[in-house]
Ligand binder design. Structure first.
Ligand SMILES: C[S@@+](CC[C@H](N)C(=O)[O-])C[C@H]1O[C@@H](n2cnc3c(N)ncnc32)[C@H](O)[C@@H]1O
Length: 255
């Protein structure tokens, strides 16, 4: 199995935060594919399965895969498979729609995996890749300069931890070109940013990251006092930032 930056102990809350923050973007884009009853769909790295459930709720026949499947509840039309997308095979020309969110950034083998996902599509089938570009996420307002600098330092250290684990935090911006290189056509990106304030779902995800990555962030030079101060800032009504950029990219396997 590939090395994965996030500890298992915190993933249930991570999945809850991810769904609250990003399912609306993902569902709106999936709706634009025209997915309907009878489509065969694959959700790779399904996490807690909210996206697979949404697809199954449209009447699609859905396969949800992940290296850890214990968080995906059962649903009619949904098959859950423990599967490592780097090393395990996928059926070829089997799916009308393949979706993958925030997984490829974690995989150094992402280009080979992307080619595998393209091969899993039926000719004419659609791939939706949802990914962040963490390199653009400026702080717009903070109680004081020190707090703004702490936020920027925290984000920089977090990206350093990602780098050390082979995560490409800016991969979202590279997804369209990678999808072309993997053989897809009709590349169609949507680019989304949100205002981030105390109480925003994305801010809850970031606050959770201070706990989820605590040991790695401390090993990289932050202290528990820094992390507590970051959480205080994220809960402060004077905090305002631009979220990382979300890229939701469609590409089609040539018919
Ligand atoms: C950041 S989470 C995203 C979960 C879900 N796609 C979402 O957006 O809510 C990344 C997921 O990828 C899974 N994962 C990591 N490496 C994987 C691999 N090699 N094959 C399949 N899944 C993998 C993790 O277990 C985790 O559930």
């Amino acid at each position: 199995m590939t090395t994965y930056v996030f500890d298992r102990g915190h993933v249930a809350e991570q999945h809850r935060c991810l769904a609250a923050a990003y399912d609306p973007v993902t569902f709106a884009r999936l709706a634009q594919t025209g997915v309907r009853a009878g489509w065969r769909c694959l959700d790779v790295g399904a996490g807690a399965g909210s996206i697979a459930h949404w697809l199954a709720g449209r009447g699609a026949v859905v396969l949800a895969t992940d290296v850890h499947t214990d968080h995906v509840p059962p649903a009619p039309g949904l098959t859950v498979l423990r599967h490592d997308v780097v090393h395990d095979p996928l059926p070829e020309a089997a799916f009308d729609l393949v979706h993958v969110r925030l997984v490829l950034r974690h995989l150094p083998e992402r280009d080979a995996v992307l080619r595998k996902l393209v091969t899993a599509l039926k000719p004419g089938g659609l791939l939706q890749v949802d990914e962040f570009d963490n390199s653009y996420s400026p702080v717009l307002r903070a109680p004081d300069r020190q707090a703004a600098e702490l936020y920027e330092t925290f984000l920089a250290v977090k990206e350093g931890v990602f780098d050390a684990f082979g995560v490409d935090g800016a991969w979202g911006r590279k997804a369209p070109a990678a999808m072309v290189a993997a053989g897809l056509v009709d590349i169609d990106p949507r680019v989304v940013v949100h205002p981030w304030r105390a109480g925003s779902p994305g801010v809850a995800l970031l606050a959770h990251t201070t706990r989820m990555l605590r040991d790695k962030l401390v090993a990289a030079g932050l202290t528990d006092a820094h992390l507590a101060a970051v959480r205080d800032l994220l809960a402060d009504e004077r905090f305002l930032a631009t979220s990382p950029v979300v890229y939701s990219v469609h590409g089609r396997r040539p018919a």
